[in-house]
Design a protein around this ligand. Structure first.
Ligand SMILES: NC(=O)c1ccc[n+]([C@@H]2O[C@H](COP(=O)([O-])OP(=O)(O)OC[C@H]3O[C@@H](n4cnc5c(N)ncnc54)[C@H](O)[C@@H]3O)[C@@H](O)[C@H]2O)c1
Length: 397
């Protein structure tokens, strides 16, 4: 994989938290990567930064070894794939890079400074990305020399652990650039998701609401920090590790979301809890999710997976996981299907499972339902339940 004679094909600009994490992600996948510091520093200051970055990268790899993700004997080899590049050597490293990740501080001034140099030194066919948390791709595209080769790529900290990277394009991003970026990310075992040029990408936008609500609950005395953390780790977290949030709307029922939101918008806060119009429309149309055959996903046209076969993700004979479509064991599986930084645990499988069909998804969802203390209803019952909320003209009561 790594060709030690050639300069690295990948470059992380900014040797801080994100740059180091991105460097580990590539090194772990077998690629050499240049970790570039663009600031002019004294030799001593550069040495200190380099030592600190190297120590942190090795400590992170040791952490992975302790978790059993890698063998301790691999740490040195993986760490050696990161090349530390100072401001003087940056032009050559940038000129060799096929894919550049900008990770300098979150100010327009720092981004402008960094892109001025990237613009100067990068190849015309390089792909340029920024891992900015909050500056829109449309704003940054204006300071990039070849905007068609630019997109935001939001890594989630720690970048070497979290599989998802959020790709956000502006209208001028070349579709081939997006496709190539996705392919390169998949090659290193990441799971790229694409979103528009809107604030907060996907994860931070959802996450901010949850975090603010948690802080508010503490402020109001509704629950302690410890209880909220227990509830999120073993309730919310487990749930959303198994089902995407939209799958979960379909699983619970769009009507449930509609009614719960209406209640909470009265009892808690109108602005925060009023459901968007799409939820009301879907309830009006009877698109309630799994129980009505369609919701955000369509369950009618799907085919069922074969029964009795062993789950394709089962890695060992003692797993015993049956084909579940959603890689959700029909009995407890004690064998950890370690993601080895190769995508989410069960996330994609769950999505496939839900799309495979009503029955399969219902079977897959049964353990979750059991934990929730209820059983998913059949489509007919769901339609009856939905009718209960309607008046004689089919309108919602
Ligand atoms: N830390 C996170 O959790 C996180 C998560 C996702 C995205 N991000 C984004 O990633 C980017 C980097 O964040 P970070 O946490 O790695 O920051 P950081 O402060 O840890 O690292 C930034 C690095 O850039 C260097 N630097 C400072 N000013 C510079 C300049 N003008 N030009 C070039 N280099 C400069 C610093 O010396 C440092 O090495 C930001 O845009 C941030 O919003 C951060």
């Amino acid at each position: 994989m790594a060709n030690d004679a050639a300069p690295p094909r990948f470059a992380a600009v900014g040797a801080g938290r994100m740059g180091r994490g991105i460097a580990i992600a590539f090194a772990y996948a077998g690629h050499r990567i240049a970790l570039i510091d663009l600031r002019r520093r004294s030799a001593d200051a550069w040495q200190r930064l380099r030592d600190e970055a190297k120590a942190e990268i090795e400590a992170s790899l040791s952490g992975l070894a302790q978790l059993g993700v890698i063998d301790a004997s691999q740490i040195e080899r993986i760490a050696a794939r990161v090349e530390y590049v100072n401001a003087e050597a940056a032009p050559q490293a940038l000129a060799a890079a096929e894919l550049v990740f900008e990770g300098v501080p979150e100010t327009m001034e720092a981004k402008r400074e960094a892109f001025a140099q990237i613009n100067r030194d990068c190849r015309d066919d390089a792909i340029l990305t920024s891992t900015t948390s909050s500056i829109l791709v449309t704003q940054l595209a204006a300071i990039v020399r070849l905007p068609e080769r630019f997109l935001n790529m939001h890594w989630l900290n720690p970048a070497y652990v979290i599989p998802v990277v959020e790709l956000s394009c502006h209208p001028g991003t070349d579709a081939a650039v997006l496709a190539r970026t996705k392919a390169l990310m998949e090659q290193i075992g990441k799971l790229p998701v694409v979103c528009g040029a809107s604030p907060g990408y996907i994860v931070p936008r959802l996450q901010a609401l949850v975090m603010n609500e948690a802080a508010r609950m503490i402020e109001e005395g509704a629950a302690t920090a410890e209880e909220i953390d227990k509830a999120t780790r073993y309730g919310l977290g487990l749930r959303f590790a198994a089902l995407g949030v939209v799958e979960f709307i379909d699983f619970g029922g769009c009507d449930i979301l509609h009614h719960a939101s209406r209640e909470m918008s009265v009892s808690l806060d109108k602005g925060r809890y009023t459901a968007p119009a799409i939820v009301g429309r879907m309830v009006e149309e009877g698109r309630l999710g799994l129980k009505s055959g369609s919701g955000f996903y369509d369950y009618e046209a799907a085919t069922l997976p074969p029964t009795g076969a062993t789950c394709s993700r089962a890695r060992s004979a003692n797993c015993g996981t049956r084909a579940c479509g959603a890689h959700r064991p029909t009995r407890p599986c004690h064998d950890r299907h370690s993601p080895r930084l190769r995508g989410p645990v069960g996330g994609a499988g769950a999505l496939r499972g839900v799309r495979r069909g009503k029955r399969a998804a219902r079977a897959a969802a049964a353990p979750v339902a059991a934990q929730l203390g209820r059983v998913p209803r059949g489509a007919a019952a769901a339609r009856r339940a939905s009718a209960d909320h309607r008046d004689g003209h089919g309108r919602l009561r």
